[in-house]
Every structure is written in C-alpha cells, then in structure tokens.
Design a binder for this molecule. Sequence first.
Ligand code: GLU
Length: 428
Amino acid sequence: MVEPINAFLMAQSQFDHVAGLLNLDPQVAEMLRWPNREFKFMIPVRMDDGTQRVFFGYRVQHSDVRGPAKGGIRFHPAETLDTVRALAMWMTWKTAVADIPLGGGKGGVPVDPATLTLSEKERLCRGWVDQMWRNIGPRQDVPAPDVGTTPQMMGWMMDEYSKLVGQYTPGVITGKPVGGGGSLGRTEATGYGVIYTVREAMKHLKMDPTQSVAAIQGFGNVSQYAAIGFTQLLGGKVVCVSYWDREDRAAYTISHKDGVDPLFLQSITDIYGTIDKDKAHEAGYSIEDGGEWIAKDADVLIPGALEGQVNAETVKRVSERVRLVAEGANGPTTPEADEAFKKNGVFVIPDFLCNAGGVTVSYFESVQNDMNYYWTREEVLERLDTKITQAFNSVVEMAEREQVFMRDAAYMVAIDRVVKAMELRGWL
Ligand code: GLU
C-alpha cells in the first residue's frame, strides 16, 4: 500500500523543484509557496427533519496578484484544508498558464452531497455564502463549480450574494446555469479543453487520433466531455471509463469491446456520476474493479477523477503502449509516478494546462456578465480553442528551449507570469 498523499505537500514540492530550476529569489519563493489568505468557518444548516447540523467550510485565496482569486468549490467527504490549499495553488498556475487575468483560489466543504436533499443542499450553499460574502466578489475572489458542486448550486450562491449586497451580481461566481447568468459551452469546457490539448500533443508526437485508443478514469463532468470529445472531435476510440458507485460504495471500470459510447453512458449516469450498471450490462458492457482503467491497452491515459490516482503503485500497471497522459483531474500524478513517466518517455500534459478549459470559459462567463451580452456556443468554444492552443504551444516551446519535462515547463511559464505581475505591482 502506498501512503495517501498530502496534496499540499505535493504542490509545494512541485513548486520548490521549479523554483530551484528558475533560481527564484528565496523570499519570492516563500511568498508563492503559501496562500495569501485562508478562511475556515462553520456553516450551521437546518436539515429537513428540523435538526441543526454543523458543516465546516473552507476558502483559500492563494494569489490575487494577476487579478481576482479564481477557482471552484468542492463538496467531497475527503476535503481538508490541505487539499483546498493545494488546489488553490494549482489554480494560480492554471490561470497564469492560460494567460487569463485572474489569480488562484479554491473552496471546499467536507460532505458527500449525495447524502443531502435538494433543499438541504440549497441551505448549505447559501450558508457558505453567508459566511464568505465579505471576502468574495467579482473584483476579489470568484468561485465556481468543482467536484460535487453543480451549476444549480452556483445559481443559489449567486442569488444569496446578490441579496446580501443588494444588487444583482452575476460576476461573483461562474459556472452558473445557462439562462441564469451562465455561459454556453461552460459545461463541456473542461473536457473539451482536455481534448484540445490532446489534439495538439498528438500533432506534436505525430500520432493519428483516429487510430488511437484512450482509457479514462472517472465519469464526472470532466471525463464525460473528455470521452465525448475524444470520440467525436478527434475520431478516436475510448476503451473504458471508470466511476464511483454510490450504492455499492466502490469504484468500477466499465468497458466495451468496440469502445464505449459516451453519450449512451451519459444517458444512464446520475448527477453524481454513478452509472446504472444493469443498463450498461444489458447493452453489452463489461464491469471490472475501479483500478483496472490504468492497465488497459491504450495509447492515451486520461486520469479525470481525483488527486493522487497515478502513484508509485498504480504506475507499475501502465501498459508500455501508453505514449500520452492527459491530466483532466487536478493533481492526479504523484512525483514518483512522474519519474516513471519521465524515464519511459511518456509525454504528460500537466493538469493545470490540460484542464484549464473550465476556468477559461469561467473567465469568458464573467466577461459576458460584465457586458451583459452573451456569446453563442460556437463563439465560446472557438475562443476556448484559441486560448488552450496558445497555452499548449507556449509550454511546448519552453520545454524544448529549456529541455525540461512538460510539467516543469508549464510551471516555468506560469511562475514567470506571476512573478512579473508581482514586480509590476511593486511587491518585490
Ligand atoms: N474547478 C475548475 C478547475 O479546477 C474550474 C474553476 C473555475 O472555473 O473557476 O479548474
């Protein structure tokens, strides 16, 4: 058994490694390896049976030097202050590498949202805002959805904030429902962004997407649209996806000999990402243990679930055929697994580049909120493709120029932009 990773220590060690490569001033490095601000608060919620239950909420603002802090809120039972810190720090690098004028933040509540009723979820969301509203805002810190949170929840949070400040303020939060201040294309943005980076990486590696097979971990928002994108936009085959079964409290890998049909699977998946396995069985799918996705005979691996999934143990099972790893999730690969990929010449598209599509369309959403004028889905996705392709190219150029691994190159591009903003603002 490998020790469970501490995501924040992992984020700091990735940063320290690149700070060393860049010869960063130790004081500047110290400022960047810790969050600017952290909030921990209590959220009392009236449950449907009349009892009162206390939840804890977190918000970490890692950096706002390039613009308002930006990043999602996760509702997940394993959330801790350290996971939120790590994710907040990765958001700073993500917005910098995507070159959007925002900083990095993240929020969380340790809770399994599937155990709450709709009205309890609404009260929890409103309660989170009641505690944080003075420290978030379109020019301060702009939350968004992440694991366990949905557009509807963003809608409630925006409404609560608007009531508290006394004016309609859609720009306080992104990932809102379309028609309620949301942007077309936001739902598919992260998964499609992953696929735009895969497309560019395949060009770079001279791989033919139509002859390629991908194995995907997870079937939440990111993985669903990565699977749809891989099959529909690139014409490749997805051999499997995996998912967390809420009733069985177990993860499964689900595959089909002819490749999975992501739209069919999506049609039998609930809002928490649990696939109806009886219906999948009837349609000829095979179901195995949740860890099997990583051992599939594939050219591309897309870990699109949680952090630490590709680690010293699981990386040993990766097929020799794998040439490309596209990190749809945040922090899926531990430093030990990174070393194994480096050694075997596997090309890794690092998380904060690979999954930057979500926050990029979040940025477009806030721009549209400010203008009070909304773009078509085609306009949004075209602008997204341009941004992600530019970000990918700037990282590949850095990797080639400095002869470094893609993750280090992405860090170099991002840290450089953040430090430049610190200089320009007179912080250094
Ligand atoms: N939660 C997403 C991420 O990790 C999106 C953040 C956002 O849209 O602000 O990138």
